[in-house]
Design a protein around this ligand. Structure first.
Ligand code: AMP
Ligand code: GLY
Length: 418
């Protein structure tokens, strides 16, 4: 029976993909989204409430008999939305504020991994610029410098010169542009990266399909780091053996460690992993669905997503069914992104595309879509192979009239041999 009422928190392509999956559920009758975006509005009823206004969101869930709330962005988790809902006896899918530290504090995550033997690179923490600089100068390059706080994907510098490293330390420790947190200086890990998301409730860990993100703005993995310019699923170099190892030695071990530390994790535990010559190692954990990975993983899910969320929250056993199809999504971003960019650019032709289009940052004006963010759309192609999926996505983009947006034609290049 389609009688469940759900609330999805967030506004990007990840939320749109979660809502799309919920719309395929045989249990879900009504979907609300706060604050959503122009495209999401066609699949969910929009509430104009910011993701960090946890009290207002809980009030809404209470008065509108919401059966389950699903959280997209880390900002809502870090604001304690899960604690607020749980205190009021409301069902919510996501980790508590304390468990969110696995993402919000890199030092917490690193200490946990060291204590429980989860494979990751060596690191050292600094709050003093001069000591950090000394340390970097006495070690080899490349070196990795990370700001230890939420920095929306901009807090990591992989420095290949000492000058670059010093500038990063200066920005993060001396300038006030960031906050006043410390930095981690990390061993550089080499290899292809992949994203491994698992649904977790305490000791129970259920893997989702693997995906790979593309962080750099331009083709050939050039240019500045972004929130992600495209993704695909599955990832062929992640063999069943690698996946098993990552599940057991990284994801399960980490979930167990969180229980052991008194901060059991519920929700999506996202492992940002790198396949080194010594096997997969952790680059970072996130406490939520990945963006843009979710946009390519969930379309391949054949199980009812509401059933999955419910089973996880109830601690029940379940299995997940996946399509053998490959999916590949290409982000269309505003020219200038991740730097300065214009908003309000017209978008036409979305009705005539054959691919799935998730809206990352759009609004509607006079009945027409327009851009409302740096990343604007994610066009997801699907096919028997990744190459076919990419062809579909590229062909679909041809039908979209969006002057002022750019995209990468090479998404999937690590796995598609031309
Ligand atoms: P993060 O925000 O921690 O995911 O880092 C952003 C990107 O920086 C990652 O996706 C990697 O490409 C790169 N990176 C982070 N840490 C390391 C590391 N220890 N070794 C190599 N590359 C890294
Ligand atoms: N795709 C990386 C992230 O969600 O943080």
């Amino acid at each position: 029976m389609k009688d469940k009422r759900v609330l999805v928190i967030g506004s990007g392509g990840r939320c749109h993909a979660i809502i799309d999956a919920l719309s395929r559920s045989n249990r879900v009758g009504k979907i609300y989204c706060a604050p959503g975006n122009g495209g999401i509005a066609s699949q969910a009823e929009i509430l104009p409430v910011p993701v960090t206004d946890t009290a207002a969101l809980a009030d809404f869930a209470e008065t509108n008999n919401i059966d389950m709330t699903i959280v997209g962005p880390e900002a809502a988790l870090a604001a304690g939305i899960v604690d607020e809902f749980q205190n009021r006896g409301l069902r919510i899918f996501g980790p508590t504020m304390s468990a969110t530290r696995i993402e919000s504090s890199k030092e917490f995550a690193k200490k946990l991994m060291a204590k429980y033997g989860v494979p990751t690179g060596d690191y050292k923490v600094f709050s003093d610029f001069h000591q950090a600089r000394e340390y970097v100068l006495s070690h080899s390059l490349p070196t990795v410098i990370k700001y230890d706080g939420l920095a929306a994907g901009k807090g990591v510098v992989v420095a290949t010169t000492y000058e670059e490293a010093e500038n990063a330390l200066r920005d993060m420790l001396l300038d006030a542009t960031f906050g006043d947190a410390s930095v981690l200086i990390e061993e550089f890990l080499d290899g292809p990266e992949f994203s491994f998301m698992c649904l977790v409730n305490g000791h129970k860990v259920y893997p989702l399909a693997t995906a790979q993100d593309h962080k750099r703005a331009y083709e050939g993995d050039k240019g500045p780091n972004t929130g992600g310019m495209g993704a695909y699923s599955p990832v062929p170099f992640v063999t069943p053996e690698i996946r098993e190892y990552a599940l057991k030695e990284i994801m399960q071990r980490t979930a167990d460690a969180m229980c052991e530390e008194g901060v059991p994790f519920t929700g999506v535990l996202y492992g940002g992993l790198i396949q080194t010559v010594d096997g997969p190692k952790v680059i970072e954990f996130n406490a939520r669905f990945g963006d843009p990975e979710t946009e390519v993983v969930l379309p391949r899910l054949e199980s009812d997503i509401y059933d999955l969320f419910e089973a996880v929250l109830d601690g029940k056993e379940f299995t997940t069914e996946w399509s053998d199809d490959a999916t590949l999504g290409i982000v269309m971003a505003a020219e200038g992104y991740p730097g300065k960019y214009a908003k309000g650019m017209p978008i036409k032709g979305l009705d005539s595309t054959s691919a799935t289009v998730y809206h990352m940052g759009t609004s509607v004006k006079d009945g027409e879509f327009q851009s409302a963010g740096g990343r604007v759309l994610m066009v997801v192609g699907r096919g028997e192979t990744l190459a076919a999926a990419r062809e579909k996505a590229l062909a679909a983009i041809e039908h979209i009239e969006a002057p002022g947006l750019f995209y990468r034609r090479d998404i999937g290049h690590q796995s598609i041999k031309n």
